[in-house]
Each structure stands twice: as C-alpha cells, then as structure tokens.
Design a protein around this ligand. Sequence first.
Ligand SMILES: *[C@@H]1O[C@H](CO)[C@@H](O)[C@H](O)[C@H]1NC(C)=O
Ligand SMILES: *[C@@H]1O[C@H](CO)[C@@H](O)[C@H](O)[C@H]1NC(C)=O
Length: 357
Amino acid sequence: MNLTSNLHDASNLHDASSLHDEFSKGTLQTKPRKSRFATKKAAIICFVVTLILALAIGLGVGLTLRRRSSKQNEGKTIPAFGSMTTSRLTARPSLWKPKPGTTWQIVLQNPLKLARNAQSVTPDVDVYDIDLFDNSVETIQTLHSLGKKVMCYFSAGSYEPYRLDSKSFLPADLGAIMNGWPDEKWLDLNSANVRRIMAARIDLACQKGCDGLDPDNLDGYQNINGLKLTEGNTISYVKFLAAQAAKCNLSIGLKNAADLVDSLVSTVHYSVNEQCVTYKECASFSPIINAGKPVFHIEYPNKSGLTVAQNAAARICSNSGASAGSKGFSTVMKNLNLNGWVQYCDGSTAKTPVNIS
Ligand SMILES: *[C@@H]1O[C@H](CO)[C@@H](O)[C@H](O)[C@H]1NC(C)=O
Ligand SMILES: *[C@@H]1O[C@H](CO)[C@@H](O)[C@H](O)[C@H]1NC(C)=O
C-alpha cells in the first residue's frame, strides 16, 4: 500500500467509527490489533505471568541471552526458552494445512481458562488463535484433546518491552514508536539479531505444541517505522519465518499486508486479516481463498461492547459493498481488546472463559 492509499484508509476509518480517536494521533494509521496492558496493574500481572512461565520452562532467560552476542549465535540453535524436556512436544506428523471455511476464535487479551480435563470449549470452532507466551502447554494440549488446532500469536515486527526475551533486542534493532501503541517499536526486519530472536520464538511455538503461527506487525513498511522498511523487507522476512516454522512442521499466516498477498500466497498457509471490510480491501485477500487456504478475518464493529448492531453485522457479512471479495472468509466480530467475546456471521455469539489474573 502506498502512502496515498494509506491516508485514504485512515479517512475510511475515521468515517467508520471513533476508532480514529483512539488509534490515530494525527499521522498514518496503525491498524488496531490486540489491546495492550496500559495500566501499571496490568503490567505487573503481565510480569508475574511471564515470570511464572519462565520458571515453568526452567531458565533465567533474559540473563542467558544478554550474555550472548548475536555474532556468537549466528547459525546456531538458541535455547532461548530452555530446551524443553519433552521432545514429544515437538513431534508433528505433518504440516497443518487448513481449508477455506475453517472456523475459529481469537483471544489475545488473557490466557484461556481451560481445565486439563475439560470436555468442551466455547465456542466449538476448529481453531483457537491464542498468545504464544501467555498460554500454557497444558492449555494447548487440552485444545488438541478436544480436536482443536492452535495458532500461536506473537509480535514478529514490533518490540514489546514485557516479553520474556525483550532484553535480547539491541538498540539498533528498534525503530519508531508504533502509532497508537506507545510501548511498542517497529523492529528492523533485516537484523540478524531480530531474526535470531524470532527463530527462538518459533522454537518455543514448536516446543509448546502449536499447530500454526500468527506473526503480527509485518506491515511496518506501510507505517512510519524509522527504519526505512520496504515491502521487499517484509517479503524476505516472512519467507525467513516460514522456513524456520517449516523445520518443525508449523504452518504460518500472513498478517494483514494486503499488498503482499500475491508475493506470499504460496509461502503462507492462511491469512489473518484485520478490518478488510473497514478498509474495503477484502478482495486483495481473495487469492488466498483461491489457493485453497483460509482467510481468518476479524472486524471490530463495536470497539468495546458485547453487541454488534444488526446493520453493521449485515454489512460485514454480506460479501458485497464494503465487504466485496470476502466470499469464503472465516469472519469473526470482536471487540478491540480481543477478549473472550465473539460474534459470527450466523448471528451466534460466544464468550470463551479466560484467566484474568
Ligand atoms: C513433518 O511432516 C512430515 C510429513 O509431512 C514428516 O515426515 C516429518 O517427520 C515431520 N517433521 C517433523 C519435524 O515433525
Ligand atoms: C456496543 O455494545 C453495547 C453493549 O455491549 C451496546 O450498548 C451498544 O449499542 C453497541 N454499539 C454499537 C455501535 O453496536
């Protein structure tokens, strides 16, 4: 997307809702993704959760990584999150290749609350897209025992200060602050150090038993990023991530980045799209469907509420007008913090239980 169309999109968004106020501070638009931990309290909770995960995995990750130079580690496997004792977790008999029409739910605000012996999960959909760091191996195993596939979300293109491995990034890896997300910075997709860290995150996804990846923030080139990122950089980066993922039969999605669909449709196994109706760009993602791969599509018609106005839902689900080109998409309507609430195009709604503390 060029500068002109991006500005155009920003004005669409402005027309569509008051999202503009929340996410745009006067420059180019960054698409909303998941809500961030804005308050101090939430940051502390987050810290505790990550600390517990770190202990569970059994290593002082930050310390281990800080002592390594990126040079030292080039080309080596980095035990960034500890070598999990159970190699059975990494065994994947084959690559997960979902088909168009695959149903899903996405919950990123909190980890799922799912008992080890749960007999069901709400909603009863094919795929759960959940945070790689925040959810436990047990949750992933339970989802599998219920016949679900698990897509693991992580930010591949932005620095988040509160992750287990945040200390591993170098100052030179970080670009401009992301518009609307003041604690995040764009990452240099060409940095060997960034790629090393992301390879370690993909290893973690392998070890935790994820089926696929949802790497976010691949579209720095559309935004003021401070690193002169180009479309070509993202194409190269997604191919790198896909190659890492393929080593353990993890599939991978293209997040947003409508302009790169043609270049990457054969590399990725699905698309995860936000707001193609709002941006009137759903048709850009139809080549994914035509290639026999699903488009996991999110709209945010009610940024904080738990209901969607009937006319808004009809607009999103019609496959005409603003949603032209969305035939066959796996559409969910969510609120912006991507909590447990979801509405589908058949009018059904559900609330997935989450662990708040
Ligand atoms: C990946 O899947 C193939 C089958 O498609 C299988 O032969 C191979 O062993 C798997 N690799 C891993 C690392 O699980
Ligand atoms: C958003 O949801 C709330 C309730 O959760 C409702 O009162 C409000 O009317 C909804 N707004 C829109 C635009 O649908």
